[in-house]
Write a protein that binds this ligand. Structure first.
Ligand code: HEC
Ligand code: HEC
Length: 455
């Protein structure tokens, strides 16, 4: 065929090139603008390069931008694993549930990758004994016949560890300016279900709601020294705030290591957290926790892919940054020393997954343990964490919690119905900071809460 001369082309085709060039230019511009936006510190880029501009009810379920095609495929496969509902073996797909379990799917607890409700089936009860020999791999004294967690469901023909129920106790308080508030806390009721599994009278219990999981891939690659640098176990700077790392067991390396995940930072990595979840929460054996099986229910590839999914979820961008109230709230947040624990900025180090490496992030946590006082205490030590210590909760995405799951609660057991209630529960090392928050005028408190809602 003879080459077609430009002058012979129909008119619209002449403009095609021009249109294409304009489209490419537009895309480049908006890409440039977005990456500029998400890299300005303290601004939208909560999760550095993994920041997503999404404030919808799906905000916690977005893949991090910038994954390669192969990484995106692995993320999608991990997403399917996270949603997979396990069933009793033998079965064609996802066999291996139980015999005892709490829920049949990751997503059954971490709803839309966010929180779960303080209800049986979604919340967990960790258990141990106050005296006896600490199991070095578990960090506690396990309960005979039960272990370290109550599995309140069982497959056909088996009996759960115990039955779980709860109700709420309320208490009232007052701000210095006279405004009243009401707080509630859960009262857990466990009853024996299996005649062979008595519940010891002195059994320690700790109720936990599923936390959101996005952003944890970034927290995993914050260099250990950066975390330890913030610790002040003997409170040398005398601000009343110590901050201690938890030293826990790494089942992969068979050695002690820094704990990062879970409400008491008792888990070393996301692979281990995922493996523990399969094993304890779902009764699904895997290469890390084989339960003595020669061929575990899920293989290494499934474990890796599910872990990869957790690691590569995006972090939602902040909103209303230009709002003067929000800006005022942000200054007050620092002024009343919330930032002594909820550290605004951390930097990640090297990482196998390129989008996670060397990022400036704004998680609002120091990943350390703090004594939060008697009201929040579970009185159940966990490795080095005492019965009143908790890991500083990350605050990114806080304002989206109830967009993703209406009525979801805050704090480790979901007791706080609002962000304000969560702040009012602070005590112990945070007592002074809370007192300063309470002493602010109504408008300043509202500004601070509006800032938290913009995260
Ligand atoms: C029965 C409910 C339940 C199921 C099922 C469940 N989780 Fe969790 N998950 C929790 C709770 C509760 C915690 C907090 C644990 C603690 O502090 O002791 C948690 C913690 C986590 C964390 C740590 C988050 C952080 O920031 O510390 C990750 C990651 C996680 N789960 C991933 C998974 C994956 C992956 C699966 C499926 C393989 C899964 N979970 C299944 C309830 C559940
Ligand atoms: C001494 C350290 C410390 C200080 C100071 C502190 N916090 Fe916290 N904060 C924590 C810890 C630890 C938790 C988790 C407690 C739990 O789950 O029981 C937490 C939890 C929270 C939560 C709930 C988050 C969630 O996801 O459930 C909010 C909101 C919060 N803090 C806001 C504040 C504000 C506002 C201030 C300042 C007035 C403040 N914090 C001061 C340590 C601190």
């Amino acid at each position: 065929m003879a080459p077609v001369l430009s002058s012979q082309l129909p008119r619209w085709k002449k403009y095609l090139g021009l249109l294409l060039a304009a489209a490419v230019l537009g895309a480049l511009l908006s890409f440039g603008l977005n990456s500029w936006r998400s890299s300005s510190p303290g601004q939208t880029g909560a999760g550095g390069a993994t920041t997503v501009n999404n404030r919808s009810s799906r905000a916690f379920s977005q893949p991090a931008p910038g994954l390669s095609a192969a990484e995106f495929d692995q993320h999608a496969e991990g997403d399917a694993n996270f949603e997979a509902v396990f069933v009793t073996a033998p079965a064609q797909v996802n066999p291996g549930l139980g015999p005892l379990f709490n829920n049949a799917a990751c997503v059954g607890c971490h709803i839309k990758d966010g929180r779960g409700m303080p209800e049986p089936g979604q919340s967990l009860v960790r258990v141990s004994l106050p005296m006896g020999e600490v199991n070095p791999a578990m960090g506690v004294v396990p309960v005979p016949e039960i272990g370290v967690q109550i599995r309140d469901r069982a497959v056909y023909g088996h009996v759960p560890d115990a039955r779980m129920a709860m109700d709420w106790q309320t208490q009232v308080g007052q701000y210095p300016d006279g405004r009243a508030y009401e707080l509630r806390s859960p009262r857990l009721k466990l009853t024996q279900a299996d005649p062979e599994k008595p519940l010891p009278d002195d059994m320690l219990t700790s109720l936990r709601v599923p936390p959101p999981i996005f952003g944890s891939g970034l927290l995993e690659v914050v260099p250990e020294v950066a975390i330890l640098d913030q610790a002040d176990p003997d409170d040398r700077n005398q601000d009343g705030i110590s901050g201690r790392p938890n030293r826990v067991w790494d089942p992969g390396a068979q050695a002690e290591a820094l704990g990062r995940f879970g409400f008491k930072a008792n888990t070393v990595s996301l692979e281990v957290q995922t493996a523990v979840a399969y094993f304890n929460d779902m009764g699904v054996t895997n290469p890390v926790f084989t339960g003595g099986q020669a061929s575990p229910d899920v293989d290494q590839k499934t474990l890796d892919t599910t872990t990869f999914y957790v690691q590569t979820l995006g972090v939602p961008a902040r909103t209303l940054r230009d709002n003067p109230q929000v800006q005022r709230g942000e200054r007050l947040f620092a002024q009343v020393s919330c930032t002594a624990c909820h550290v605004a900025t951390l930097k990640t180090g090297p990482a196998d997954i390129p989008v996670l490496a060397n990022q400036t992030i704004h998680p609002y946590t120091d990943l350390l343990l703090h004594d939060m006082g008697g009201g929040l205490a579970d009185n159940r030590p966990d490795f080095d964490a005492s019965g009143s210590e908790w890991r500083t909760a990350p605050l990114w995405g806080l304002g989206l919690v109830q967009t993703v799951l209406p009525y979801a609660g805050y704090l480790h057991d979901g007791r706080a119905r609002t962000i304000e209630e969560a702040v009012l529960w602070h005590d112990g090392e945070a007592a002074e900071s809370k007192a300063q928050f309470m002493a602010l005028g109504e408008r300043d408190r509202a500004a601070l809460l509006q800032f938290l809602n913009s995260l």
